[in-house]
Design a binder for this molecule. Structure first.
Ligand SMILES: *Cc1c(COP(=O)(O)O)cnc(C)c1O
Length: 357
């Protein structure tokens, strides 16, 4: 099989999704499967739906189009605020979008009207992470204006934490979101049906809280694909952390000094960290690099250490292993390594499908 490649185990992804759907279902929380890290990879999207996921969500219109073209049939939500210039596209492609700007909502309204459709929206609320969101004090007025827009169906509110500043979902910010939902219903009648609490970083709170109150939806990507929660990057019990792996091929394997020689200046990537002196080492080069993935997000096989990387090379110290030229090595992936590999046309994608017990 060609390398570098991602090996994608659909059964493990389906298992991960199904476990989370069940655990959250017991708390009356539905799950939208976030496909952005996979560029809307249709086979993965279908596995999520087979696991009982309620809908699919992606940050890019293009990825939603990819899934639609592949006849993936689900409610699709655009989770990045639409670009003003893309309003028509958004209405034509996504069933729901997450919004924070009235100018955009009004453009979506025009676009929906023009084609005689209803477009559903959630309004995102800022609760401290300082990425997208309407300030809580401005929410009521924004909802008032949104409710007046023809062609727009206001479905509820949401928030997103832990993406820019690492603000963790907790009892305080989640109660605030529930209270905002209550306040909107008190003012406008029962208008808030969806309260989308957040992303994979919400799992610990959602599964541990004594009362999740109005929160009835989460948007999950990383937890399903990597089996990991993003706050402390701990594996989630009962989930596979190796559903997706990166395979690369050895193109050089030699005993070399661990220390470089000659005058040391900057490397292509600016750094010039001198490796630790270990005398002579068995070093291998793999045909994979920054063009393909984020080398700092790779986990090597046990006993192997990553020493360095450049655009097209990954250099490892082999410990007691003696890989030969032509051998392939399998790496675990963190989120940064996953998204870059998924996005690279130079990395093949191989779907594995067998039944896990
Ligand atoms: C990326 C994203 C998600 C999913 O995040 P994960 O950490 O992968 O679960 C959810 N909501 C929004 C708005 C996002 O941008």
């Amino acid at each position: 099989m060609t390398a570098p490649r991602l090996e994608i185990d659909l059964d493990k992804i389906r298992h991960n999704a199904s476990v989370l759907v069940h655990r959250l279902g017991e708390r009356d929380i539905t799950v939208w499967g976030v496909t952005k890290a996979t560029l809307g990879f249709p086979a993965i999207a279908r596995s999520l739906l087979q696991a009982g996921i309620e809908g699919l969500a992606d940050s890019r219109v293009e990825n939603i189009q990819t899934m639609r073209r592949a006849s993936v049939s689900a409610t699709m939500t655009l989770i990045r605020s639409p670009m003003l210039s893309q309003a028509e596209h958004v209405v034509a492609t996504a069933d729901i979008s997450l919004n924070t700007e009235l100018d955009v909502l009004s453009e979506l309204s025009k676009a929906a009207n023009a084609v005689g459709r209803m477009h559903s929206v959630l309004l995102m609320v800022e609760l401290g992470d300082l990425r997208e969101g309407i300030m809580p004090a401005d929410l009521e007025e924004t909802v008032r204006q949104t409710l007046r827009l023809p062609g727009i169906a206001f479905k509820g509110i949401g928030t997103n934490l832990a993406c820019r500043c690492g603000v963790a979902p907790d009892e305080a910010n989640m109660s605030e979101l529930s209270a905002l939902a209550d306040a909107l219903d008190a003012t406008f009648g029962p208008v808030v049906s969806i309260v989308s609490g957040g992303n994979s970083s919400n799992l610990e709170w959602a599964l541990g809280s004594a009362d999740t109150r109005r929160i009835n939806n989460l948007r999950l990507g990383e937890a399903i694909l990597l089996g990991c929660e993003p706050l402390y990057r701990q594996p989630i019990e009962g989930l596979f952390t190796d559903a997706i792996r990166l395979i690369a091929e050895v193109i050089e394997a030699k005993v070399k000094p661990s220390q470089p020689w000659g005058e040391i200046a900057e490397t292509a990537f600016g750094a010039n960290t001198i490796p630790r002196d270990q005398g002579s080492i068995f070093q291998a080069i793999l045909a994979v690099g920054h063009m393909d993935t984020d080398p700092t997000g790779l986990t090597p096989p046990s006993g192997i250490a990553i020493l360095g990387s450049s655009s097209d090379h990954l250099i490892v110290e082999c410990g007691k292993a003696r890989p030969a030229v032509g051998d392939q090595m399998s790496f675990g992936l963190g989120y940064s390594a996953l998204i870059r590999a998924m996005g690279s046309p130079l990395v093949a994608k191989q779907v594995l499908a067998h039944q896990v017990r």
